[in-house]
Write a protein that binds this ligand. Sequence first.
Ligand code: PEP
Length: 252
Amino acid sequence: MKKIIAGNWKMHKTIPEAVQLAGAIAENTDVSARVVDIIICPAFIALNSVSEKIKETEISLGAQNMHYQENGAYTGECSGAMLKSAGCKYVILGHSERRHIFKEQDWEINTKVSAAFREGLKPVLCVGETESERDTGLTNNVIERQLKTALKDVDISNIESLLIAYEPVWAIGTGRTATPEQAHDAHEFIRQLLYAMYKDASQSVPILYGGSVKPDNAHDLLLQPNIDGALVGGASLKADSFIELVNIAATE
Ligand code: PEP
């Protein structure tokens, strides 16, 4: 499976800054992009401009969230069709900041995942435990609940468009990273859950690791079996570190 490096730019970068960053990444990853799938996920407002900037490149565009309805009176929201029209191929769903700050519930994430498939977007479904859940031995229970609920009634025919990101909440934006062993165990567990649900079709689902991935820890993480790439926040905001991560993934 081709490694994937996805950048989640969160609520950073104005439109000109986002276009500049996308341009710098594109200019310096043309060789690695042949062996690594690169996804960048700017804020909604910069999607269209970034899409224009990367349209002749191998880089793909993703959004950070979407609404599950096709349209309607949902002030401040964006539908899947809108994201597609802005050039998106992917959409991050169930990110821990959406779950914890914006109180997104498992059922809601399930409706968003289904809506993403309906609109022809590839969901990057995020799952992961908090620190207290890990400390009380609940890591696998949480992952299982989040994964099974988010994929409830998702037909096997959609599975080839699915990506999972395992993102332990205690490692996101904290500078703490899961050890390669912790990440490996969680990824193996996710792989088993997917297999139980979708049998052989599940083998094509990439499982990304996310949580303070940086150039100096990426190599050991990406070496692990079942770690198919990384979802990167902080280190995706600077061209140099993101390009370095892409180059590291290209050598794995
Ligand atoms: C993320 O936001 O998905 C993330 C993993 O952030 P960071 O790399 O900054 O921990």
